[in-house]
Design a binder for this molecule. Structure first.
Ligand code: NAD
Length: 325
């Protein structure tokens, strides 16, 4: 089956393309390279274009005989979404709507969508399951929830089959060292810690030491990028088997504190990584940990490489390669 990967030149999308190719799928990537990298796409056709270009997408779906889409393309910086909500609404929601119209015109009816734990907002209990109220506290989370609602309506109205995968904290890198995280600005903890280890940054900031957690720092649920990608393969299979519409968490049920991540990184790198305590950031919940029962029940998915040592070793290989090149 031929698969179109939107955002396939980005962090998670590029790992997905590599895994799809390894599973013998034909892959086309649609990416406008707004935050992605041309050299992250190898072995698949890269079409440089916008998901909001309905004519281009409809033509591509037909010409490449696409059977399903994996839709990663979006903006995903929470702080930027607060500063410029319209930019996020336009790219993440309005253009996703155009993408769905193009799919409908081309009679492509299967989609796996990148959603996020940010749809839940301030957590009311842990671990967070899919029945938890979805009340996003920032425009980024609101755009992802809006697309989920659109997909529910498309399922009811004209039978679009889709899965929204709500990732908690994507982390780690390709174990072969070819791909990794390359965001600018980088806002994710593990690459920031490793940049402090490699000397690309003076230190890593720890935002808040007075949360009600085991060591006072925030707890997050880190899941290896290749575990995420495996869940997408399973979601494609679920859709091919007649699955209709689902929203499913992807995490590990085991959170790590910021200090635990830094300590694990010190152990794995053998470097005493400098850290600086800083005040809490507004809107940062104390803990975000996923319940993964639904992923296991529906997709038969369990993370197998999302322990901190593996995540950090793989991300460290990528960081050293980035420094050397
Ligand atoms: N990284 C995480 O921890 C995380 C967590 C939850 C959800 N997500 C979601 O997963 C997806 C991928 O995240 P990522 O970290 O790989 O981000 P990324 O920025 O590395 O990748 C996004 C890709 O989409 C492309 N893109 C953006 N707008 C586009 C458009 N209009 N047309 C075509 N291409 C466009 C970018 O050029 C980039 O290659 C995003 O939807 C993000 O919201 C990520």
């Amino acid at each position: 089956m031929n698969v179109l990967v939107t955002g396939g030149a980005g962090y998670i999308g590029s790992h997905m393309v590599k895994m799809l190719l390894a599973h013998g799928r034909n892959v086309t990537v649609l990416d406008d390279l707004s935050t992605g990298h041309r050299d992250a796409v190898a072995g698949a056709r890269l079409v440089e274009g916008d998901i909001g270009d309905e004519a281009l997408v409809a033509q591509l779906l037909a010409a490449e005989a696409i059977g399903a889409l994996i839709h990663f393309a979006a903006f995903s910086l929470v702080a930027e979404s607060v500063a410029d909500p319209e930019k996020y609404r336009r790219n993440n929601v309005v253009k996703a709507e155009a993408l769905l119209r193009a799919m409908r015109a081309a009679k492509v009816d299967r989609l796996v969508h990148s959603s996020t734990a940010a749809v839940y907002g301030e957590p009311q209990y842990q671990p967070i399951d899919e029945a938890h109220p979805a009340q996003p506290v920032n425009p980024y989370g609101a755009t992802k929830l809006a697309v989920e609602r659109m997909l529910e309506a498309a399922h009811a109205d004209y039978g679009l089959h889709s899965v929204s995968l709500r990732y908690f904290n994507a982390a780690g890198a390709d174990p072969e060292g070819r791909l990794g995280e390359r965001h600018d600005p980088e806002t994710h903890l593990i690459p920031l810690v490793l940049q402090a280890a490699s000397g690309r940054r003076k230190s890593v900031q720890v935002f808040g030491g007075d949360f009600a957690t085991r060591d006072g720092t925030c707890v997050r649920d880190y899941v290896h990028v290749n575990d995420l990608c495996e869940a997408h393969l399973r979601a494609l299979d679920w859709l091919a088997g007649g699955g209709g519409r689902e929203a499913i968490n992807l995490g590990t049920e085991h959170g790590a504190t910021v200090l635990e991540v830094i300590e694990a990184a010190c152990r794995e790198t053998g470097i005493d990584i400098p850290k600086v305590m800083a005040p809490r950031r507004p809107g940062d919940p104390a803990a975000l940990v996923a319940s993964t029962a639904r992923a296991e029940r529906i997709l038969g998915w369990r993370p197998t490489r999302s322990d901190l040592p593996t995540i950090i070793r793989d991300a460290w290989r990528w960081e050293r390669r980035s420094v050397a090149s």
